[in-house]
Design a protein around this ligand. Sequence first.
Ligand code: MLT
Length: 389
Amino acid sequence: MTVNANLCALHGSYLFSETAARVAAFSQENPGKTLLRLGIGDVTLPVADAVVRALCAAAEEMGRPDGVHGYAPTAGYPFAIEAVRNGYYAPMGVDVAAEDIFISDGAKPDTAGAQELLSPGAVVAVCDPVYPVYADSNAMAGRRVVYLPCRAKDGFAPPLPRERVDAVYLCSPNNPTGMALSRDALAAWVDYARREDVLLLFDAAYSAYVAARDTPRSLFQIPGAQEVGVEFGSLSKSAGFTGLRCGWTVVPSANRWGLRRLWARRMATKTNGVAYPVQRAAEAALSPEGLAQSQQSVRYYQENARLLGEALRRSGYVVFGGADAPYLWVRCPEGLDGWGWFDRLLRQAQIVCTPGEGFGRCGAGYVRFCAFGRRDEIREAAERLGMNA
Ligand code: MLT
C-alpha cells in the first residue's frame, strides 16, 4: 500500500501538539514550577447552569424506556436547529432557513471537512497567519494553498487574492490575530466572491467576542453573502463547549453552486450526528437564560483580554487584537522570534503562549496570548510579563 504523500509532506506536528510537547518537557524537568497557560484557546470557566441542567435531564431521559434516543437526524434535531435560528441568528437580524443549518460537533471538523465540497484541483486561499486547520486539511487533500499575507499596517486584514482561487477561508474575529473585519471589508469580500465566482468559507467561532457595534458577527449580515458563503458557528468559545463539542454549519439554499444538497449528502455519509444530550445542552445554551449566563463568562474573558492588553502595552509591547476577540497578537521583543520568545517566557516566567510562526510565515516575530485563563492567572501573567520584557 502507499500512504498519502500529502499527509507525509505536512510539517512535523500540529502546532498545538508541538507546543504541548515542549510544555510537557519543561514541566518534567521543573516539577515544582506552576505554569500560566495562555497558549491554546481552551476555556476555564464552568458551563452555564442552564446547560448543566439540560445535559442531566437529557441523560436521565435516555435512561427511561420512553426517552430512548438512537441515531440523531443527520443535520441535527429540529429543536437544536431552531435554537441556532432564534438564539443566534435572529438577534443579529439574520434570517437563516432551518433546512440550511447543520448541527455538528464543532467548527474545527467542519472547516476541515468543507474542503470536500471542492474539486481536487481547486485552489484555496487562506490568511497568513492562519488557524492551521484550514491550510492543513486542504494540503492533506493535495490542493494548492495560496497564502494571503496579513500585515500590521492593514490591521491584519487579508488582501484580496492576486491570482485565481476557488475558495477563501476567512475567520473574523480572527484566530490568531484577534482582529475583526469591518463591515466594509467583509462587503468587499462578498463583492469579490460574487464577481469572481469564489466560495467564502467563514469561520465565526469567535463572534461572541465582537464588542464594536458595527462589526459584523456573521457573514450573512452582508447582503448577497448567502449566494457565495458558507458559515461555521461554534459554542466552544461562546458557551464553554470545548469539551462538550457542538457547533453548526450554514450552507444557504441560495448558494449558487447548490452546495447545500452536497453538504447534506456528505454529512449523511460521514456522521451519525451529535449526541442527544449535547444537542439539548446546545439548545439550553442558546435559550435566553443560557445566553445570559454564558455572556457573563464571555465578559469575564473580555475583561481578561483588556487587562492583559493594558499590561502589555504599559510594558512597551506592540499589541493587536483583544478588543473583539479573546486573543492578543503581540510583537516579540527585539532579537527574538516567536519560538524564541515562547521558550524564554516558558523558562523565565513560566508563561505558555503560542508562537506566531506556528500560524504561518507572516506570523513570524509575533506570539499569541489567549485570555481564557482564570483572573488570578491573568493578573499574575501580566505582572511577570512586565518583569520579563
Ligand atoms: C486555538 O487555540 O487556536 C483554538 O483553541 C483551537 C481550536 O479552536 O481548535
